[in-house]
Structure formats: structure tokens, C-alpha cells
Design a binder for this molecule. Structure first.
Ligand SMILES: C[S@@+](CC[C@H](N)C(=O)[O-])C[C@H]1O[C@@H](n2cnc3c(N)ncnc32)[C@H](O)[C@@H]1O
Length: 443
């Protein structure tokens, strides 16, 4: 039971100290509430005229006479913004679980409160507590948040021997994760549910993914970190554990409209993803270029444009299956479908390059230093690419890939259609024409 506090127990309210600008203090608290707080954080909580937090967190703290307490509303971001505006002249303390900078409220507040007014007071993160309980070092495991995110994101991280700490949405997550691991051939993986870390009623539950059916749903606490040691069921490990571009073609569901493995690797080498960059995959087909772009780093973003609704749906399925459900799929014909989309650092045109104006639209939209890669197999596209190369420079390459295959009882080379590839990098002074510019339709 938290002690009963009156404001007289701590230092005076900051508002009584004079005309200092109002600060917003973000105070991290553990599952054990008041006893997890350092002296300085206790004083801030006791002094606050307004205390914001989840209903669970607010209930963990002692009553303070005259203090107004505001539980989160929905939608969260809008409610937080309105509440802060309503209390612009008050001493506001925002409660957060553990370390507010770990998948926490600090990043939301950063966008709402000027830097000099925002002060973050971290407590021990649930991730640090989980590592301590498991004796895992930070260097040998990776943290991934599934809070408010699609569980399919986990698929990108699965490879034998990987150790993961998952921040989860609710008590149902371990069952969903166990089913996903079984589906991916990792039924032998060890799951440890570390519940209410730091609380007196802290708990620990262990099972393999394959054995999860025997765990009673009621035994899984809502607040937990889920630790995974990824182990394959048999010797046959899926190639999708690798993040290097050039997954086997059969890793994708496709109807033949797929940039094949060797050409895909070649294109992505030139698209050259760097953290936080945006790709347009124009004429996405099976979505393989956008998918491999996203798999290169979690901060990357990609938009896949596909005119055929059936193929667009297939792109979505492939993206989920390969761990990048955040691929943005837009149905429609380029160049019209490209308007008002975020300006890209890289553009791949895998099909339809002869559509009037398309190449110029894509070139114009690139940011300075952006990369354009276009593939073509027809004479018409080849002519277009040769003309673009003559006008703008870059790199023009013809790729012929031949694969050994049986000819009767012998083996011979089976050639695929030759692909002409034009790769071009925008100069540093490239005048990006942003989608939505008044002159966007006539670059
Ligand atoms: C939005 S994240 C916030 C993480 C927090 N900032 C931290 O440093 O622990 C919320 C998730 O963290 C995990 N979590 C937070 N506190 C926990 C605790 N005391 N015990 C177990 N898991 C906790 C749960 O997975 C929960 O769904």
C-alpha cells in the first residue's frame, strides 16, 4: 500500500519557486510503483499539480491532496496533446513504465513539448530486468517491440540461435508467437514469459513453441516480456533467416511477374538502402524488391505500386510472410498513382517503363543523391533506357543469366530473357519535384 503523502512532505511545488518556464517531467516507474522511485522522482510526483498516466500506474502512487490525476484517453496521441494544452500553466508529471525512452512515451512527448521543457527521469527498463533474470547480456540478444504492431514483423528476425526480447501487447501474444514459430519451422524454440517484472508477484513461465498448447491462457500475465531462443525443429533451416538480398525465387508467391533472384540482388545493390530511407517499387509484381529493401533494416520504408488488384493482394501476403507487413501497397497505374506519395530516396521500375512520362516522373521525384534503377526486357524499353543513358548518363548493363538444367540425360544451359538495366544517381543539386507540386504533372 503506498504511503499517504501531503505536499508538505516534499519540496514546494515548482510553481511556488518563481517564474521558471513550465517543465513537463516524464517519470519512469516500475511495476512496484512507489518503492521503485528514486528520491528525486518521488519529490516530482508529490509536487506535481497534475499527474498523467495509465489508470494502473496512477493507482500505484499515494494520494496527494489537491493533485489532479488524469488517466490516458483515446486516441492516445490526440488525448495527450489536448491534456497537455489544457494544463499548459500547471506543473505536469507524466508517468511512464520503466525507461520512457524504451518503446515509451518520450518519443510522443518529444513532438509535443519543446526540448528545453521536457525532462526524462528513467527507471529500470523491463528489458534490463528481463536480461538480469535470464543472465543474457545486452550484446547477445535483440529487443523488438510488438506493442501496437503486427506480430508478423517477428518473422524477419527468425534464425537459429537468435535470442529475442519481445515487448508485447497483451496476454494473447505468447500463443500467437508460438503458432508463428511452429509455422516457420522453429517449434523447438524456448519461450519464457517474464511477468510483472519488479513487482512482488513477479512470475516466470516456460514452454517450447511446439508445447505451448499445454499452457493455460489464464497463467499468462497481461504485463510481460516474452523471451525467445530460436531453435529449428529439424536440420532444414528456411533461407529466409538471411537478410542479404537475393532470396530464392520460391520464397515469394508469384505468377511469373517476379524480379528473379540474380537480377533482384543486382537491382538492390544499386538501390543501396540506407537507414530511414524511402523506396518506391513501381510495378511491384510479387513485391520482391520492396520486401527485400525493407528486410535490409527495420527503419526503412517502402511503397509498392501495382495496377493489378490480385497481384497487389499477393504483394501484401508476401510482405506479411517475409516479416515486413509495413510495406505500403498502393493499387493503381503509374504515374498517376505516384502523386502525393512521400518523396523517395530510391525508385525501382520493374515493369511498365514505357508508360508515357513514367521515367521522367520517377527521376524528378528522387531526392538529391537518390537512386533510380529500371529493368526492361522488350526492345521498346531497351530503346528508352538507351536514350535515357545517352541523355543523363549513369550505368547501362545487360544481364544474361543462364542456369544449368537437364537436356535429356545430359545437362545444358537454359538462358533466361536478357534484362537491360539502367541505374542512375541524382546529383547533389537535383531539383526534386515533390509529388503534389503544381508542376508535378509536367516534369
Ligand atoms: C510500451 S512498452 C514500454 C516499455 C518500458 N518503457 C520499459 O522500459 O520497460 C510496454 C511493454 O513493456 C513491457 N513491460 C513494461 N513493464 C513491464 C514489467 N514490469 N514487467 C514485464 N513487462 C513489462 C510489456 O511487454 C509491456 O507491454
Amino acid at each position: 500500500m503506498p504511503p499517504d503523502l501531503s505536499p508538505l512532505d516534499g519540496p514546494p511545488h515548482r510553481s511556488e519557486r518563481g517564474a521558471a518556464p513550465r517543465r513537463v517531467d516524464v517519470v519512469g516507474i516500475g511495476a512496484d510503483g512507489w518503492s521503485s522511485l528514486a528520491e528525486a522522482s518521488r519529490a516530482l510526483v508529490a509536487e506535481a499539480s497534475v499527474l498523467l498516466g495509465s489508470a494502473r500506474q496512477l493507482a500505484l502512487l499515494p494520494a496527494v491532496e489537491g493533485q489532479r490525476r488524469r488517466p490516458w484517453g483515446r486516441p492516445f496521441g490526440a488525448s495527450l496533446s489536448l491534456t497537455l494544452a489544457a494544463h499548459a500553466d500547471d506543473e505536469v508529471v507524466v508517468l511512464a513504465s520503466g525507461d520512457p525512452t524504451v518503446s515509451g512515451i518520450a518519443s510522443t512527448l518529444r513532438a509535443l513539448v519543446p526540448r528545453e521543457r521536457l525532462v526524462v527521469h528513467p527507471a529500470v527498463s523491463s528489458l534490463a530486468l528481463a536480461r538480469a533474470r535470464l543472465h543474457w547480456s545486452d550484446e547477445e540478444c535483440e529487443a523488438l517491440t510488438l506493442v501496437g504492431r503486427d506480430t508478423d514483423r517477428l518473422r524477419r528476425h527468425l534464425a537459429p540461435g537468435v535470442r529475442l526480447l519481445l515487448l508485447t501487447s497483451d496476454a494473447g501474444t505468447p500463443a500467437t508467437v508460438a503458432a508463428l514459430l511452429v509455422e516457420e519451422g522453429y517449434a523447438a524454440s524456448a519461450l519464457t514469459v517474464l511477468g510483472d517484472l519488479g513487482a512482488a508477484h513477479e512470475s516466470r513461465l516456460e514452454a517450447t513453441a511446439g508445447g505451448w498448447a499445454d499452457v493455460a491462457a489464464a497463467d499468462v500475465p497481461a504485463l510481460h516480456v516474452l523471451a525467445l531462443e530460436v531453435r529449428p525443429t529439424g536440420g532444414d533451416v528456411a533461407p529466409t533467416g538471411s537478410w542479404t538480398t537475393g532470396l530464392p525465387d520460391d520464397a515469394f508467391e508469384h505468377d511469373g511477374q517476379l524480379t528473379k533472384r540474380d537480377l533482384r540482388a543486382s537491382a538492390l545493390a544499386r538501390l543501396a538502402p540506407r537507414p530511414h530511407e524511402v523506396l518506391w517499387d513501381v510495378g511491384a509484381g510479387a513485391g520482391s524488391i520492396g520486401i527485400e529493401w525493407l528486410r535490409a533494416h527495420p527503419s526503412l520504408q517502402a511503397w509498392a505500386f501495382e495496377a493489378d488488384p490480385g497481384r497487389a493482394e499477393r504483394v501484401r501476403r508476401n510482405a506479411r510472410r517475409l516479416g515486413v507487413p509495413h510495406l505500403q501497397v498502393r493499387e493503381g497505374r503509374a504515374p498517376a498513382v505516384l502523386e502525393r506519395q512521400p518523396s523517395p530516396h530510391a525508385v525501382f521500375v520493374g515493369g511498365g517503363a514505357t508508360a508515357p512520362g513514367l521515367l521522367e516522373h520517377c527521376r524528378a521525384a528522387l531526392r538529391p543523391g537518390g537512386r533510380l534503377v529500371v529493368h526492361g526486357v522488350t526492345l521498346e524499353t531497351e530503346q528508352l533506357l538507351a536514350a535515357a543513358y545517352a541523355e543523363h548518363g549513369g550505368e547501362l548493363t545487360r544481364h544474361g543469366v543462364e542456369t544449368a538444367a537437364p537436356i535429356g540425360t545430359f545437362t545444358g544451359w537454359t538462358p533466361a530473357r536478357a534484362v537491360t538495366q539502367w541505374a542512375w544517381t541524382a546529383p547533389p543539386d537535383h531539383p526534386t519535384r515533390w509529388p503534389g507540386d503544381p508542376d508535378w504533372s509536367t516534369p
